[in-house]
Design a protein around this ligand. Structure first.
Ligand code: SOE
Length: 369
């Protein structure tokens, strides 16, 4: 089977999630579109990146990401580094002819995200931005139900991504450094909610938001709250915080349409709550366990009822990109392209502008020219 050499930037949380996916996709999505060969991994700390190379099975390691960009054996560059390291290496890899996967947020600002999209799109390589929650089976099922009209006209989207770890002021992480992260809960979690809303409902037309920092001395946002309108006329709310004590990884959303509603909670990722027209309203939502043979991605895995996990969303995501590279099919609409990465940053920045101005912000998106 055809192979593709993979170069990975980053060995921490996303380095682990992506390396696991590249190994697993070969034997779980059989036959894989391409066999990923783990050629090289780059990271700032020599001891840590060498250990990661041994642990995940990379042929070699380096503390200089330029070595990956110039390595002719690498056909796919995967950027799982801190946000401040997304733009330059990803652009360089694409301009060296490598297909690219870059974790979200694409850039620290809308300007930086647009520049990445513009420079990479000009090269013609395949590009995917790591909004992995599009690849939750329940989310893809929701998209299928919406596309076939089962919910009718969409009127509301309310989405929130809640975690609890941000309340430790002593925590030393790049995620709290504005130079390395760009923003706080907004870029880390809020962009996931924005992207999922774009994937399930459509494009944003305006936002009215509040951005808040609670932890004294912190230089990035701790929470965002926004009322939004979509081009379709649907309205909704977008929220994210890392101060929601009691919530570990609660990415929750609900969609209400004229013929039905869906509700999802990432902490119960194999279940989709469904209410469709004609059903007994006194009984409310019913729980669909999204593990049937005809449900999205289940051909990768197990018999009905044998659930999948958070890490498996990355297996679905890299499979999608490998197939797009192998057969030339589009990454969109089910994978987020770098245009999606840019647009998520633009919506996030409009929330920040609205919070500063106290006014509702209309969305305008820059093109490639
Ligand atoms: C930390 O908040 C984090 O790792 C995010 O950066 C990821 O995008 C999210 O999927 C899990 O939580």
């Amino acid at each position: 089977m055809a192979e593709i050499g993979v170069g990975m930037l980053g060995y921490a949380f996303m380095g682990k999630a992506h390396s696991n996916a590249f190994r697993k996709v070969e034997y779980m999505a059989w036959p894989p579109p391409l066999v990923p060969r783990l050629v090289a991994i780059a990271g700032r700390n020599q001891e840590a990146v060498a250990a990661a190379a041994g642990r995940y099975g990379y042929e070699r390691w380096t503390t200089d990401w330029h070595d990956i960009v110039t390595d002719e054996r690498i056909g796919l560059f995967d950027n799982g580094g801190p946000n401040s390291l997304h733009a330059e290496p990803t652009i360089a890899a694409a301009e060296a002819g490598k297909h690219v996967l870059c974790e979200k947020p694409l850039g620290r600002t809308a300007d930086e995200s647009h520049e990445v999209w513009r420079r990479v799109a000009a090269t013609g390589v395949k590009h995917l931005c790591g909004f992995n929650y599009r690849f939750v089976p329940a989310v893809r099922l929701a998209r299928e139900l919406i596309d076939e009209g089962a919910l009718g006209e969409i009127r509301h989207f309310r989405g929130r991504y809640l975690q609890d770890w941000g309340d430790d002021p002593t925590l030393d992480t790049w995620r709290f450094d504005p130079d390395q992260a760009g923003s706080g809960a907004l870029g880390d979690l809020g962009t996931h909610v924005i992207d999922l809303a774009r994937y399930l409902v459509g494009e944003f037309s305006s936002v009215a938001g509040i951005v808040k920092t609670f932890v004294s001395g912190r230089r990035v946002d701790d929470a965002i709250e926004a009322a939004v309108e979509f081009e379709s006329g649907a309205v909704g709310t977008i929220e994210s915080t890392r101060l929601a004590l009691g919530r570990r990884n609660a990415f929750q959303w609900e969609i209400n349409g004229s013929r039905g509603s869906l509700y999802f909670d990432m902490e119960r990722m194999n279940e989709l709550q469904v209410f469709l027209d004609g059903e007994d309203r006194t009984r409310g939502f019913r729980t669909v366990l999204v593990t049937e043979a005809n449900h999205p991605f289940m051909d990768f895995w197990w018999p009905p009822g044998h659930i999948v996990g958070w890490g498996d969303t990355f297996v679905h995501e890299v499979h999608h990109l490998l197939r797009s590279i192998a057969d030339g099919s589009d990454v969109a609409p089910h994978g987020a392209t770098f245009e999606d990465g840019y647009r998520a940053s633009e919506v996030g920045e409009a929330i920040v502008r609205s919070s500063a101005s106290g006014r509702r912000e209309q969305l305008t998106f820059r093109s490639l020219t």
